[in-house]
Design a protein around this ligand. Structure first.
Ligand SMILES: [Zn+2]
Length: 121
């Protein structure tokens, strides 16, 4: 009688584990690339914001304090002071139905929404 004992993983199991490891490595590399691209984009947006603010401050009598105050006010629009601008449901001015604040137009009546959040559409 012939018995075959396995004291370790079979060739098939090893090949499967190797394939999973390769796939995980590729996913990690893609995620790393995406994060790097996002950081570059955020840096570029921060630079644009800073430049715009410096121009605005120079050409108007607005102050840093007023900017900070406005940032707090805008931050609180979604009900939470968390430094983020989330979309909320706002009532359509025409039909009164709730519409996502990021939409450009009401999905029910087509009425154009108030463009308060110009950077977040
Ligand atoms: Zn509407």
């Amino acid at each position: 009688m012939f018995h075959s004992f396995h004291y370790g993983p079979s060739f098939g199991e090893l090949a499967n584990a190797n394939s999973k490891a390769n796939s995980a490595e590729n996913k990690a590399r893609t995620a790393e690339f995406d994060v790097r691209r996002l950081v570059e984009r955020i840096d570029s947006l921060a630079l644009t914001c800073q430049a715009m603010w410096e121009l605005l401050r120079k050409k108007t009598d607005l102050t840093d304090d007023e900017l900070r105050q406005k940032m707090q006010e805008v931050d609180l629009r979604d009900g939470t002071a968390d430094g983020r601008l989330k979309s909320v449901a706002v009532d359509c001015t025409e039909c009164g139905r709730p519409v996502n604040s990021r939409r450009k137009a009401c999905q029910y009546c087509g009425c154009e929404m108030q463009a308060d959040q110009v950077f977040d559409k």
